[in-house]
Design a protein around this ligand. Structure first.
Ligand code: FES
Length: 146
């Protein structure tokens, strides 16, 4: 499989790895097919994402996309973050092999899940945001990440 230089660079030197203490929102999503899990932390002040980080049990492509996605959301307003699509993340990475496109969806979904968590905690309505799917690869509802 061919990864371009930009993907490799983000995989080798991922930005924003780890937790944010007292994050405004935390989102955890999983991909039922590969079983990988992604968690995104957002710090939000005045409707703007001032910090973002991630932790993942994901593949290299998931690491690279989350690295660049957390860079992309920093400094953006919530509305601007809502405009960031999976395709924008892929473009920023100069593309991924087609079989790895689903890994970039995980990053986008985790950002949205973190926004949802923030919205639930703060009571702030976010236009166009839907509740994250209760789909972490299990059908019986035990989906906490340890
Ligand atoms: Fe699961 Fe990439 S193979 S996130």
């Amino acid at each position: 499989m061919e990864y371009n230089e930009k993907v490799m660079e983000h995989f080798m030197n991922p930005r924003n790895v780890g937790e944010i203490e007292n994050a405004s929102g935390v989102g955890t999503v999983g991909n039922a097919q590969c079983g990988d899990i992604m968690r995104v932390y957002l710090k939000i002040e005045n409707s703007t994402v001032v910090d973002a980080s991630f932790k993942t049990f994901g593949c290299g492509a998931a690491v690279a996309t989350s690295s660049i996605a957390t860079e992309m959301v920093k400094g953006k307003t919530i509305d601007e973050v809502m405009q960031i699509t999976n395709k924008a993340v892929l473009d920023a990475l100069d593309g991924l092999p087609a079989v790895k496109a689903h890994c970039s969806v995980l990053a986008e979904e985790a950002v949205r899940a973190a926004l949802w968590d923030y919205s639930q905690k703060s009571g702030v309505q976010i236009e166009g945001l839907e509740a994250p799917k209760e789909n972490h690869g299990h059908s019986h509802g035990h989906d906490e990440v340890q």
